[in-house]
Design a binder for this molecule. Structure first.
Ligand code: SF4
Length: 327
């Protein structure tokens, strides 16, 4: 690890002003950043500790729940408002990492976490995301965990967040503040697909800070479910995960649907074709199977990850069945 300065900010303005120095990084829970610093994958010169900022509240206001960026993952997962209104979010959070990590990791840090691509985390190997222009060994190498949606010929790394898959299905937005002022950005537009520039992962302005997320209340969100398939029963990233929310009328016809996909895409992914297909159809397994087909339209597979196509279809069906069964 390289030497680094440390400063604790007491207000957002102070943090943003401190972050104007080049090679600065915000420090919250540290569960990703400190790991990456130890591996020499990131090497900030200045750390700005934001843990004292007043960003740790969860409140219901104007038909939406606002969650501060410093709320710990565990606290969010077990909060009464989240359990009542967004079961899918609680399930997604509790499926991620370990209890110890969830007790430290923050909402903002979860959104900003980096990929688990093994090549990205090994500085002896090339990687376009870590060092632009050096190449992507995953495309012709070990790509079992890599993306089938949203990739490019420069990078096929998967976004590792469970929480963000649920937030995508819940139509959440991020509230940021930075040198260019305050912004509200839909979660689905916050992360960017790699395209020609895999090193650019979000639309967050340089020096800006995520202050909170806003999740609108909607009847659909109480009938929601998160299903994650992974190599181990716990403490493993998703091979495929699906977050669904379903709104049914009294006759069992689907009024609206949301489907988020994780473990298969370069960013938290919405299966928009599948959602559109479901609206107006009578809920049931045959319809869900066709939604599963629609969810993988455009998938591109590599030597070791073709199994994700069939697995995604099946997990979509199962997650929709679980959501439908909620009374
Ligand atoms: Fe790097 Fe992306 Fe290729 Fe992984 S998939 S080696 S992160 S460029």
């Amino acid at each position: 690890m390289k030497p680094v300065t440390y400063k604790r900010a007491m207000k957002s303005e102070e943090a943003i002003s401190s972050a104007s120095a080049s090679h600065s990084c915000y420090l919250a829970g540290g569960t990703t950043l400190v790991d990456l610093m130890k591996l020499d994958i990131v090497a900030p010169e200045h750390l700005i500790d934001i843990n004292k900022l007043s960003l740790a509240d969860i409140e219901l206001k104007n038909d939406a729940i606002r969650v501060g960026a410093l709320v710990k993952n565990s606290d969010l997962a077990h909060h009464a408002l989240i359990l009542e209104h967004f079961p899918v979010l609680s399930q997604a959070l509790l499926s991620g990492a370990s209890p110890q990590l969830r007790n430290m990791a923050t909402v903002g840090g979860n959104i900003m976490q980096r990929t688990r691509c093994y090549y990205f985390r090994d500085t002896t190997l090339p990687c376009n995301k870590r060092e632009p222009g050096t190449g992507c060994p995953a495309i012709g190498g070990h790509n079992r965990i890599h993306a089938i949606l949203g990739g490019s010929d420069k990078c096929i790394a998967v976004n590792p967040s469970d929480m963000c898959v649920a937030l995508a299905a819940l139509d959440a937005s991020l509230n940021t503040v930075g040198p260019l002022g305050k912004k509200t950005i839909p979660l689905v537009d916050f992360h960017v697909a790699p395209g020609e520039h895999p090193d650019v992962e979000t639309v967050l302005d340089k020096g800006a800070l995520i202050e909170s997320i806003t999740i609108p209340l909607h009847p659909r969100n109480k009938r929601s479910h998160y299903l994650k398939v992974r190599d181990r029963a716990s403490y493993a990233f998703a091979l495929v995960s699906v977050a669904v929310a379903l709104e049914l009328d009294s006759g069992g016809v689907i009024k609206s649907a949301r489907i988020g996909l994780g473990g298969v895409a370069t960013k938290p992914w919405r299966a928009l074709e599948a959602e559109k297909f479901l609206v107006g159809k009578k809920a049931g397994r045959d319809i869900y199977k066709r939604a599963g087909e629609a969810a993988v339209i455009g998938a591109k597979t590599y030597e070791h990850n073709a199994f994700k196509v069939e697995l995604t279809k099946r997990v979509v069906v199962r997650a929709l069945e679980k959501a439908e069964a909620i009374v």
